[in-house]
Write a protein of this length. Structure first.
Length: 299
C-alpha cells in the first residue's frame, strides 16, 4: 500500500492507494524535470547535480542522453517533439531536436540582464513557451554560485517564432512549478518560499491577469512547492511537504502521497497515462493512479 495522508474521501477515487510504489532506478545526485514521450514510451529526466540528462524505457532500461546538460532542471516537449530545457548553470532556456540532436538557445537575457536560472517550463497548444525563473540555480546546492543580475524572480512567456520574451509576473519570492488547466484559460504557478499555489487568468494574447491564491501547501514533513501537473478531471497535483499533494479543481485539499525521498517533480506516463513517474532526490519512482493524467504533448 501507498503511504498517504487522506483529507477527503474522493482522494481514494483518484490515487490507487493499494497499488504501492516501485523504485524504478536509483543512484543519482538530484533528479528533476521528468517528461514522457508516448511515441517512444520513455521518460526523459534531469540529474541536476549529476549534470546529465537520462531516459528510461521499460524494455531498454536507462540511457544517458546528455553528459553535460549545463545542470538542466525542468523539461517539456514542444508540439514537434523537441524538448525544451531549463539550464541552471547557464541561465538559459534551450531546445533540442530529438531527430538530429540540433541544440539551440531560446532565451538567456531579459532587458539586457542574464536570467536568474530558468527552473520549470510548459508549452501551450499554440506553441508559446511559459517558464519560471527563480534564483535556485545560482546557489551551491542546485547550480553554480554567482550574483543575481535581475532584481526580481519572474514568470515569462516566449514566442518561439519571433523569440520575443515577455515578463508576465514579477512579484513571486521563488516561482517554481507551473501548469495549465485543460482549456488553457488558467495558469497555475507555485512559490517555493511561500509554499502556496497561485492561479492566473490567461488572456487571448497569452498574458496573465487576476492572480489569486489557489491553495496552500501544508505539512511538517520534508518537501517544498515544486513540480506541478493536472489530471483529466483537472485535479491539481503539486510537490510539497511530504511528497505530492493533490487538490480538486476548486482548491480543496484531497490528500498527500507520502514519498520515501524528498520529491521534486513528476509526470504522467504509459499508454493509459495512469502511471505517475516521480523524480525524488536520488531515485525515479512510479505509482499507479485511477484518473489519467492530462498530457499536453501526445506524440
Amino acid at each position: 500500500m501507498l503511504n498517504v495522508e487522506i483529507k477527503d474521501n474522493s482522494f481514494r477515487d483518484i490515487v490507487d492507494i493499494d497499488a504501492g510504489i516501485q523504485q524504478v532506478v536509483t543512484g543519482f545526485d538530484f533528479l528533476e524535470g521528468p517528461i514522457y514521450h508516448p511515441a517512444y514510451g520513455s521518460v526523459l529526466f534531469s540529474d541536476i547535480m549529476g549534470n546529465s540528462l537520462y531516459s528510461w524505457h521499460p524494455e531498454h532500461g536507462l540511457s544517458k542522453r546528455r553528459i553535460n546538460s549545463y545542470m538542466a532542471n525542468g523539461n517539456a516537449y514542444d508540439h514537434q517533439g523537441r524538448f525544451v530545457t531549463c539550464e541552471h548553470a547557464t541561465s538559459r532556456l534551450t531546445r533540442t531536436d530529438i531527430s538530429n540532436d540540433v541544440y539551440e538557445v531560446l532565451a538567456s537575457h531579459y532587458d539586457g540582464k542574464q536570467l536568474n536560472s530558468p527552473n520549470d517550463v510548459v508549452v501551450k497548444r499554440d506553441g508559446t513557451i511559459y517558464f519560471t525563473d527563480p534564483t535556485s540555480g545560482r546557489s551551491a546546492g542546485f547550480g553554480v554560485p554567482r550574483e543575481q543580475e535581475l532584481d526580481f524572480q519572474g514568470v515569462y512567456k516566449l514566442d518561439p517564432g519571433t523569440q520575443e520574451l515577455t515578463l508576465l509576473v514579477d512579484d513571486f519570492s521563488k516561482p517554481n512549478g507551473l501548469c495549465f488547466n485543460k482549456g488553457e484559460s488558467l495558469l497555475f504557478v507555485n512559490d517555493t518560499d511561500r509554499q502556496h499555489i497561485r492561479v492566473f487568468d490567461v488572456l487571448a494574447d497569452g498574458t496573465l491577469v487576476n492572480g489569486r491564491l489557489f491553495a496552500n501547501l501544508k505539512g511538517d514533513l520534508p518537501g517544498v512547492a515544486d513540480g506541478m501537473k493536472i489530471d483529466i478531471d483537472e485535479n491539481v497535483y503539486s510537490c510539497g511537504p511530504g511528497g505530492i499533494q493533490v487538490f480538486s479543481k476548486d482548491g480543496t485539499a484531497l490528500g498527500t502521497i507520502i514519498m520515501p525521498e524528498k520529491t521534486a517533480n513528476f509526470v504522467f506516463g504509459d499508454e493509459d497515462h495512469k502511471t505517475l513517474y516521480i523524480t525524488a532526490s536520488t531515485s525515479l519512482y512510479k505509482i499507479r493512479v485511477k484518473v489519467p493524467g492530462y498530457l499536453t504533448f501526445n506524440g
